[in-house]
Design a protein around this ligand. Structure first.
Ligand SMILES: Cc1ncc(C[n+]2csc(CCOP(=O)(O)OP(=O)(O)O)c2C)c(N)n1
Ligand code: SF4
Ligand SMILES: [Mg+2]
Length: 313
């Protein structure tokens, strides 16, 4: 029975039978979605990102069947293990193609992807660019610690010049990538930057990203206290640094202005750099599917298949 019909009181002789009201559904609490005790090192920045994800789920009353949490490999990518919800800890660098499949086949879900700088910009670099240009509806939070944490201190694509690691004992010689510039250039339609030391700001950025109708990317500075302690002190007022937000008059639709913000030297700016409205791959594919369904209406699967073979003759 449809909901519209159920709302009309049913008549049985002269007695009006009103169906019982549906109990109001409660949102999930942190206690319900927090899984195993996170195994990150004490003080790791990733803890605060996880706590704020729980807060987001609580605040927006997202239910289990409406969210999925995906990651690749790395300390940060252990994220889905610590969330008691649907999700997957996938292959190193391949979280985005996996999440894209989910987003395209289940447009009703909020698809969240979490990972690290190595996962996103080294092994998964290509996937990052292509997911961005396709504007697939999902939210990607990269917990950038400027190092490979899980494998114990190798140079990552965001490590600054001179960073001494197991792969660069005399200091990194390769120029680091700038995640914000790369995201804008690749065609991401929502590009924001935040840091784990400012919880309100992280929540604000994740919420805005979730509400964006397309590929949303958030770079979240997340300190690796074990292998790159103090990396982000210059952005933390509690450590004598400065937390500079995006200027109030910044036009988020202006791509060139977004590049200019991204080009500012560290600690740079925090907030939404760029936001554009563009058709998603989800919407375009849905149109194609609808047209194809219309064309083959009333036909059995085998008849559609036969038509394809006939065309090939
Ligand atoms: C195909 C493949 N290559 C290499 C590895 C080894 N590996 C695991 S995690 C990782 C880097 C993780 O760095 P990052 O993505 O920055 O995450 P973090 O641990 O810093 O959060 C590497 C190289 C792997 N698991 N699979
Ligand atoms: S090694 Fe670094 S990134 Fe990994 S859990 Fe420890 S502090 Fe966090
Ligand atoms: Mg890393």
């Amino acid at each position: 029975m449809s909901e519209a019909i159920a709302e009309v009181p049913a008549r049985s002789g002269n007695i009006v039978v009103t169906p019982p009201a549906e109990p109001e559904r409660k949102g999930l609490t942190k206690k319900e979605i927090a899984a195993d005790h996170p195994t990150w090192c004490p003080g790791c920045g990733d803890f605060s990102v996880l706590a704020l994800y729980f807060k987001l789920i609580e605040k927006r009353k997202l239910h289990h069947e409406k969210i999925t949490t995906i990651a690749g490999i790395g300390c940060s990518s252990r994220f889905p293990y610590f969330v008691q919800a649907h999700g997957a800890h996938y292959i190193h660098g391949r979280a985005l193609p996996f999440a894209s499949g989910i987003s395209l086949s289940r447009p009703d879900l909020h698809v969240f992807v979490f990972g690290g700088d190595g996962d996103a910009f080294s092994i998964g670099g290509n996937h990052f660019n292509h997911t961005a240009r396709k504007n697939i509806k999902l939210t990607y939070v990269v917990m950038d610690n400027w190092v490979y944490g899980l494998t114990k201190k190798q140079t990552s694509p965001t490590s600054p010049l001179g960073f001494k690691s197991k792969t660069d004992q005399w200091g990194a010689v390769d120029h680091p990538i700038n995640p914000m510039k790369q995201a804008i250039a690749a065609g991401a339609t929502f590009v924001a930057r935040t840091t784990h030391t400012n919880p309100n700001h992280v929540l604000q950025m994740m919420e805005a990203a979730m509400d964006h109708g397309g590929f949303s990317f958030v770079e979240c500075l997340s300190e690796c206290v074990e292998f790159y302690e103090g990396a982000f002190d210059a952005s933390n007022p509690r450590k004598g640094g400065i937390f500079n937000t995006v200027p109030a008059d910044h036009d988020v639709t202006d791509e060139m202005a977004a590049y200019q913000l991204a080009a500012e030297p560290f600690p740079g700016r925090f907030g939404i750099f760029y936001k554009a409205t563009k058709a998603t791959k989800n919407a375009k594919e849905a149109e194609i599917n609808k047209a194809a369904m219309e064309k083959t209406k009333g036909l059995k699967d085998w008849q559609i298949l036969q038509k394809s073979f006939d065309r090939m003759k």
